[in-house]
Design a protein around this ligand. Structure first.
Ligand SMILES: *Cc1c(COP(=O)(O)O)cnc(C)c1O
Length: 354
């Protein structure tokens, strides 16, 4: 069994961090010095360990490589205005990880193991948290079936790991998106609400086709004749219509994004009307023609908000005006940034100071 106060810690002899390294890192390519690792065996989690970032050795029989029993989380640690390091909404990420683990028939991961492991890892690698505006340290916890057995059944052994890398926001420019009516990301009763690797693998091909057609993302729709819009790529989807913030309601085909949830909380607190309801593709185009579709954007940890400049549905297209500092998405983003950078008070208890 694990105990919290005694993670084994092996430090790097010398940090790999050099001046200038955090300025323009490529997403997901520059690991920090250390990583966290814990094994699940014989029905329990063993002691967690912090060790230098390094490759791991796996048998070709490793279950996950064949059947994709793997889930992950993605969150950010921010440099606050007073120099402290803040991990945003850590416990909510744990809750979501539990939901994903459960859906993929994987063992529950104790909250304290998750929380303490990440806090201690971040404490050790705190110099890797960039202090430039809009940059952050991305924290990637993941669990996968590590048992060496090629049987189509849930594994009995798992590895939980946490790795981190510095990031600058993705999609700083407005994106063109295509309403995807043929391929689907998720189906009712499927795994769309779990943050599992297979959902991503399945979305790569339709996204590749969209990229070849000059789009940056697809808007996923459900399988109904009305084509209700669901998400934009790997982000939740939000609109401003007639002064209201409108987003599809959570379901088992929509991932419960923590950026989505945070923006909805902030909007309500700031008196912006919020509607969580189904939106058909036709409604979007009608709203645009009536002049009441003001904004469209994706919301997710990596990009925070990704403004959408154009939405194409077969032969029809919507062109939205450029985002300004007064756009609702920019105001919401600013409030979110102000909370997690410590410029304003954190009324929701979202910050976790390392
Ligand atoms: C991770 C993810 C999101 C965004 O969730 P955040 O918690 O805001 O980062 C949205 N959609 C999908 C499919 C995702 O995997």
């Amino acid at each position: 069994m694990f105990t919290l106060d005694a993670f084994q810690i092996t430090k790097v002899p010398e940090s790999r961090l050099k001046p200038g390294m955090l300025d323009q890192p490529v997403f997901g390519q520059l690991p920090t010095d250390h990583m966290f690792m814990a094994s699940y065996r014989n029905g329990q989690w063993e002691q967690g360990e912090i060790l230098p970032f390094q490759p791991i050795q796996l048998s070709p029989f490793t279950s996950c490589l064949h059947y994709a029993q793997t889930v992950f989380e993605g969150m950010k640690a921010f440099r606050m205005n007073d120099g402290n390091v803040n991990i945003f909404r850590l416990d909510r990420h744990h809750t979501r990880l539990e939901l994903s683990l459960n859906r993929m028939a994987m063992p529950s991961l104790p909250q304290e193991l998750f929380r303490e492991g990440i806090l201690q890892l971040l404490d050790l690698d705190r110099n890797w948290v960039p202090d430039t505006e809009d940059a952050a340290l991305y924290v990637r916890p993941f669990v996968f079936a590590s048992e060496a057995q090629v049987g189509a059944k849930p594994a009995n052994e798992f590895l939980y790991m946490v790795v981190c890398f510095p990031v600058v926001p993705l999609f700083q420019k407005a994106i063109r998106v295509k309403v995807e009516t043929h391929y689907r990301r998720a189906a009712p009763g499927g795994t769309g609400a779990a943050k599992c690797g297979g959902n991503y693998a399945g979305s790569f091909y339709p996204t590749k086709l969209a990229l070849e057609q000059g789009f940056q993302q697809v808007i996923w729709t459900d399988g109904s004749p009305e084509f209700h819009v669901e998400e934009s790529g790997t982000m939740n989807l939000m609109f401003v219509m007639d002064g209201k913030l409108v987003t599809p309601p959570l379901s088992d085909t929509i991932l419960d994004g923590i950026t989505r949830d945070s923006l909805l909380h902030i909007a309500r607190a700031e008196g912006i009307p919020v509607e969580e309801r189904q939106i058909t593709t036709a409604e979007l185009f009608e709203a645009f023609e009536k002049g009441i579709l003001e904004e469209a954007f994706g919301a997710g940890t990596a990009a925070v908000v990704a403004p959408i400049s154009e939405i194409v549905w077969d032969e029809r297209s919507i062109n939205l005006p450029s985002v300004t500092a007064n756009s609702i998405q920019m105001q919401l983003k600013k409030s979110l940034e102000n909370i997690r950078r410590g410029y304003i008070e954190d009324p929701f208890g979202w910050n976790n100071i390392v």
